[in-house]
Each structure stands twice: as C-alpha cells, then as structure tokens.
Design a protein around this ligand. Sequence first.
Ligand code: ATP
Ligand code: MG
Length: 562
Amino acid sequence: MASEASNESNDSLDFIREIVQGDLASGKHNHIITRFPPEPNGYLHIGHAKSICLNFGVAQENQGTCHLRFDDTNPTREDTEYVDSIKEDVRWLGFDWKENQFFASDYFEKLYAFAQDLIRAGKAFVCDLSAEDFMRTRGTPTRAGEESPNRDRSVEENLDLFARMRAGEFEDGSKTLRAKIDMASPNIHMRDPALYRIRRVHHHRTGDAWPIYPMYDFAHCLSDAIEGITHSLCTLEFEVHRPLYDWILENVNLPRPLPRQIEFARLNLGYTVMSKRKLLQLVQEKNVSGWDDPRMPTISGLRRRGVTAESVRHFCKRIGITKYDGLTDIAVLEHSIRDDLNKRALRVMGVLKPLKVVIENLPEDHYEELEAINNPENPGAGTRILPFTREIYIEQEDFMEDAPKKFFRLKPEGEVRLRYAYILKCEKVVKDEAGNVVEIRATVDQDSKSGGATAGRKVKGTIHWVSAQHAVNAEVRLYERLFTVEEPDADKDKKDYKEFLNPESLSVLKDCKLEPSLKNASKDERYQFERVGYFCLDSKDSTPDQIIFNRTISLKAPWKPK
Ligand code: ATP
Ligand code: MG
C-alpha cells in the first residue's frame, strides 16, 4: 500500500500485531484485510486517528488491505457532509483505502437475506413486545430474562411477518426481529437480542426504500464477513458483544475462516471530550465556531490549528495499543506536536502586543538589512533578510518599569540584545495621560552587531523585534485547553461537562506586527515566531488583506507530563 505513512515502521509488536502475524505464519490467512468503520454522524477526532493508524497500519505492515466502511445503519443522525469530511480526514492522515470504500447500507439486501436464513433455521423470530416490555423482560445481570410470548412462532409466520415489516405494514417500534439464543445467558447481549427494528425514516443513501434497519450488532459482523475482513479491530466496550458477533457469523452460511473481532483500549485524552454527541452539542450550541474550530479534538480542528499529520501519527504510535483503559496526558500529544514543528517550522519574528521603540542615535531614514537563519534545525532552509530601522516594535511584556532583579529584558537604563541586531539601551519611557507606557526612547551600541567591535559584549537577555516601517499587520488567535479540568465528563451524574468549558480558551489579538517576510506566508508552511510559539495561517479566515495566524502551540510545555 503506497502512501505517505507507509515508511513509518513499528519497531515492537503490540498484541494485535502479534495475533495478525501469528495468523499469517500459521497459514490461517495469507492476505490480511482490516477496516475502519466510522458512523457518518460526526467529524472524526483524535480517538478515531488511533483506530485509523491501527487498522491501516496493520494492513500496510503485512501487505494487506484496509477498507473504509461507512457504518450507516442509523439513518436519523447521518449525513453526507460527514461522509465527505471523514474521507478528507483519513486521506490527510496519510492513508489510502484505494477502491475499497464501502457503505453498510449497500448490504441491506444481503443482510435481509441473512436474517431470513436465521428465521428458516429457527434462530430468529418476530417479536411484538414494545421497547419498554423488551427492556423489562430482559432481566438484569443477576436475574435471567423472560422469554417473549412470540418466541415459538412458526418459521412460516416469522417469514411472513418479517416480509411485512419490510413492506412497511407496521408502525415504528411495534415489532422487532430477534435472535433466538438464551434468555438466561449471563451475558445480557445474548438474551434474544434485537436484529432489526422498524423505523420508517429517510436514509441519506437508500432514501425511503427501507422501513426496517439492522441493529449494529447484526450489521457489523456480517458486513465484516461480506468484505472478507480477517481482523475486526474495535474498542473494549465491544468485548461483551463478541459472543453475539461470533454467534451470528456461525449461524448463517459463510465461508471459513470467519472474521475475528479483537478489542483494544480506546483513546481518552485529558482536558477534552471525545464523544461525538458532545462534540456535536458544542458545535450546535456555538461554544465553538464549528467542527474544525482549532480548539476541538477533531482531526479537522487539529489540522486547522496547524498540527501536522506526522505528529498525529507519531502520537498514535507512541501511545501504543493495549487492553487497558486509561487517560492519556495531553502533554504526550503536545510533545509530539512540538517535536515535529521544531524540525520543520521556519523561524520568524512576530510581536503580538507591540510597544514602539524609537532609537534616537539612528537617523530618521536609517535602513539596514540583517541576515537571519530560517531554521537552525535544517541548514538547507537558508537565510532571509530582516530590515532594521529607527523605529521598531518590541513585545510589551519585554519591558518592565519596576523590574525585579531577575528581569533580564528591557528596563529603564537597562540593556538587552535585539535578536540578530544590536544591543539596545532604554533611555526614556514615554507615557500617556493615564500613566501607561506608550513608547520607549532608546539608543543602540552601534558596534555591537555581528562582526562589530563589541559584538561579543554580554547582556543577559535577547528579545525579538520588528521594524515598525516594514511590519505586516496581522490578527493572531491564541488557544488554550477547551476545558479547565482533565476529565470534564468524569462526573456524569452531578455536573455537566459544559460547566468546565474554559472561558479563556480563545484570545484574539488584532494588532500584531510581523516581520515582512510573512506577507507571503503560505498556508502549507509552519512558522515558529521566536520565543512566542508555533504558528500557521488560518486556512479558513486568513486572506492577503487580513492576515490571520493561529498559534498551534506555545514553545514550552505549560504543564509537565505526570
Ligand atoms: P459514538 O461517539 O457515536 O459512540 P464512535 O466514537 O464509536 O461513536 P464510530 O464512528 O463508531 O464512532 O467509530 C469508528 C471507529 O473508531 C470504531 O471502530 C471505534 O471503535 C473507533 N473509535 C472511536 N472512538 C475511539 C477512541 N476514542 N479511541 C480509539 N478508537 C476509537
Ligand atoms: Mg461507535
């Protein structure tokens, strides 16, 4: 499978990769087929990325195939907008399903035929119980359920009723098709589970053709079998469904070997929520600007924020595949992001909260070109020119009037090194009527630039700056964690996760001054504003007339990994 992600090999084998290799070695399979089966009812998030990297990764590493299957059996919440976004996100992550794009809804006819087979074998029946009675008679983990009064209907009657369910003769919820297994099973999923329900609703692909829809447990295993999936990898909550997965496949006529379901721990990430229902709620209630809001844990949000596909894949590899549920520290993701951006980002200077400095010992028309290194991590990235003039901007927070002893940036009478340029000395502080510092009058040591007589003179701090005359104006959006606590949805009963939304998760700075090379910034490029963080152009809102940068991440971890 040729794709961008294919040369990132896995050094050690997790338990799933061991099983797969074992099945190849034993000859059980000679071609591995996995699948990524999203339900098109929302945008993909970083948890899905874990599943994508696993399914496509296992296939790639074993010269196998990975299918993209839309699990669209629940029509009311699904939409083609989601189908398109899912494809875009999987591709962006670097994976290619080639011709293997499928929809579970394409199998509706086949699934119906499998259901008829179960009825003919006396292993499924049409049940008249309402949803409430179904739940009531199901029993509890410690008490067996009661058999449905319709459990012993004849095959002929069941076939006839099932056909009439399909023909749309019955009300929503008035009948179900149920498997006939064991109402006393200790596993509640084996107590005559529903296989089909009546829902006379429109489906985004099959239209009004079907008034009945298969349940997930019925559709999923059979879709796997229809596609010849060898290893069906899913998250741990499906472990208790596995006996049903196997029961259905064993009780219809299918070629051997059957697909094997294997469960792994889902990704839970600190300071965020991952349920699609909750992410949809944040979008609908406008707590965020959309699914691709850069604060969202969605793939489109991460992408818009400037996170690269490489760092997402690296993160997924780092967290590995296990059988134990846990909470992954967001610092692990941030580490992968910084690591990757450090290697690729072009270094530039940008002042977010500008303070003007007038250098009094330079003439009004002073113009000088200084050379700056584009990326110390990558000498091939070359150098660029920075114009230096009498008026420059520095960061407001790099000046302090009543500075403590350890403040090594600019203070009255103090000196600081301007990055790539001179040593600057603060001569005078200009204030407005309210007493706010509005300008600094300063001088430079004219011999202190690289190659000059006092170039080696040591001052403690170095700060970034931008020529006032040449600065590019920009808006900069800074992001913080979307939630204020590590597990916003831990307290399911008492507190709503939305109570933990961070009101300071977005700050918009409108009056930023950037070095002139950023006039031609590219949406594909990543930048490190020296000392300030990693940035990218906002792919949606930035225009040549209104340049908008997102801060992907700050330079240093604001909190330490546990
Ligand atoms: P919902 O939130 O609606 O229950 P879901 O998150 O399970 O849905 P699906 O579209 O069913 O979404 O997921 C597609 C695949 O991604 C499934 O195989 C699922 O197991 C996997 N997946 C979903 N969330 C995670 C996660 N947090 N970590 C790892 N895999 C995940
Ligand atoms: Mg799901």
